[in-house]
Design a protein around this ligand. Sequence first.
Ligand code: RTP
Ligand code: MG
Length: 143
Amino acid sequence: MALERTFSIVKPDAVAKNFIGSIYQRFESAGLKIVASKMVHLSREQAEGFYAEHSERPFFAALVEFMTSGPIMVQVLEGENAVLANREIMGATNPADAARGTLRADYANSIDENAVHGSDALASAEREIAYFFTAEEICPRTR
Ligand code: RTP
Ligand code: MG
């Protein structure tokens, strides 16, 4: 087992539906600690930069439009195998395929508006954390 940090977003649809607390509860119940958190409303440039790896995909314009449609919560989660643990808590990208009890099964309506983001690997977690947080904004948890 390895102590990891992963990057997470509560997307605009879930913020609009007042699911921030419910989603944070799932992270905490699973043993993931929130070590940084803030609300932001992404600019187009910020959203395009964050999702640059998808810039050639047909859904890119809609994804950027959606991610700039309202405020989001961005957070850093820390815990044993946090990257994979958070992907399991989130469930499949398409809520229709998401396992019962996962965030996307419970809080997402569609593949486009799917409630949460979570880093897909340790390297992307490091890059995504640095995209949103300075070192000073991350608070190591000693207990
Ligand atoms: P995320 O990055 O948001 O955690 O989601 P993911 O890894 O499960 O999915 P990814 O392939 O990275 O896609 C990023 C986001 O783009 C939207 N998407 N739409 N219409 C489509 O076919 C489609 N495919 C992906 C989703 O909002 C997805 O979360
Ligand atoms: Mg992804």
